[in-house]
Design a protein around this ligand. Sequence first.
Ligand SMILES: Cc1cc2nc3c(=O)[nH]c(=O)nc-3n(C[C@H](O)[C@H](O)[C@H](O)COP(=O)(O)OP(=O)(O)OC[C@H]3O[C@@H](n4cnc5c(N)ncnc54)[C@H](O)[C@@H]3O)c2cc1C
Ligand code: FES
Ligand code: FES
Length: 475
Amino acid sequence: MQTLKLTVNGKPFHAPDVRPHTTLLNWLRDQGLTGCKEGCAEGECGACAVLVARSTEDGGTRLESVNACLVLMGTLEGQEVITAEGLGEPGALHPVQFEMAVRGGSQCGYCTPGFVVSMAAEYYRPEREAGTAHCGPNGFDIHALSGNLCRCTGYRPIQDAAYALGAPDDSDVLAERRAQPAPAPQAIHLHTLDGEFHRPATLAEALDLLDTNPAAKLLAGGTDWGVEVNIRHARAPVTIAVDGLAELRGLTWTNEYLEIGAGLPLTEIERRLGDRVPLLAEWFPQFASRLIRNSATLGGNLGTASPIGDSPPVLLALDAGVVLIGKTGEREVKLSEFFTGYRQTVRQPGELIKAVRIPLPLAPTTGFFKIAKRRFDDISSVAVGVALELDGDIVKRLHIGLGGVAATPIRGTQAEEALTGQVWNEKNVRAAAKLLGSEGTPLDDHRATAAYRAAMLEQTLLKFYFEQTRQGVLV
Ligand SMILES: Cc1cc2nc3c(=O)[nH]c(=O)nc-3n(C[C@H](O)[C@H](O)[C@H](O)COP(=O)(O)OP(=O)(O)OC[C@H]3O[C@@H](n4cnc5c(N)ncnc54)[C@H](O)[C@@H]3O)c2cc1C
Ligand code: FES
Ligand code: FES
């Protein structure tokens, strides 16, 4: 069996006994690094947050926070991890730890190392220091802490600590570390009594492995599969990690389309696109938390084929295609034809999702509506993506993507057809909204009733109309 090697808090570690489903959280705690805690084991509380070193586009390092409870050890071959213990220690506190202590940001302390790590990730975010962010008084984006829960301190002192932070000083080794390259993803093949874990070096190698093991579990960010492993004790005889494959991490603009690699974490897409695709820019902050977005991928979101996944309504509105690749070549399937039934897709054994393609030019007016019980970090009851192009006041192009109202994500075709070629006015939109409310086969469940879901569909189209007209898009 191959021994896994990684760096933790600047020190080399050998992990000879990791198994395919060993999480970073459990492994760290076994090494005595008990700062990171298990609160939920499903990515909800952030008590397990750690930093990982990732490459920047200019060859430096970005320190990003992830949920250690969802990271499988096999993905960390040759990688670098920093825990709360690696930031500072009693007598030599890190500035984040110091501010949390002096501003009363900690009571029982269970959540504190996780908050400290998420805060440190934001502290070292280069854009914050450059002053380009404009979230808090010091450029601190408080949403960096959106994946961390505290049950006893209250969030005000924690926010005070965050907003008190200055810039790292010249003696800060982690700030200096950012100028050096991050470790590149490295291949590993673990053969254990509990199964195999492969982290192939190339896409060709991944496809060979998938061809030999068509039932293998593909692993990208692990934010879905990690929950299955921890909470439902799911186990895969063979796991193939694809998140590190360079071929799945591209972001390319052509004249015809924008192609986004299936293995790029959402945070990276968000950063690299900025506002260039307004619908995606509107959607990203509503997806989970920063901790989850630092790992979660589009390939994983579509790979789950969940009817309540949030990317399908957005990507259906953008009329996106899914690029599937296997040993015999690649093919593009429209997302509207990708889902074939509850958690089923047209993906064949031996194929994986390589990328998502968004046709250009983009529709000029878009909107995303996520109806959930909480504003942030919640699963949607209903999600609607809308993309509209007008020719004067006539609807030239309208795509509506719906999630949460059928066994698969669907298009709002009745409303699309009713409005296309018609005048974009209140009367027509109201009639189309009624049709939208009758789309799909919504269910009653613990999140919402069928009647509520139908009502929300109708309301979102009206909301889209009134928001756009009030903003002067239509006069
Ligand atoms: C706390 C929390 C909050 C969440 N909030 C949201 C939310 O707001 N909205 C939402 O939609 N989801 C949410 N999720 C679910 C999850 O984060 C997303 O589905 C995410 O996009 C999964 O991506 P991943 O890379 O982590 O997938 P993984 O867990 O690695 O994989 C998920 C599935 O996709 C398959 N897969 C992965 N990559 C590929 C590929 N390239 N080709 C084919 N199959 C592939 C895997 O085999 C697996 O079945 C949340 C999860 C958690 C834990
Ligand atoms: S233990 Fe709760 S997010 Fe990891
Ligand atoms: S300090 Fe107790 S949970 Fe946050």
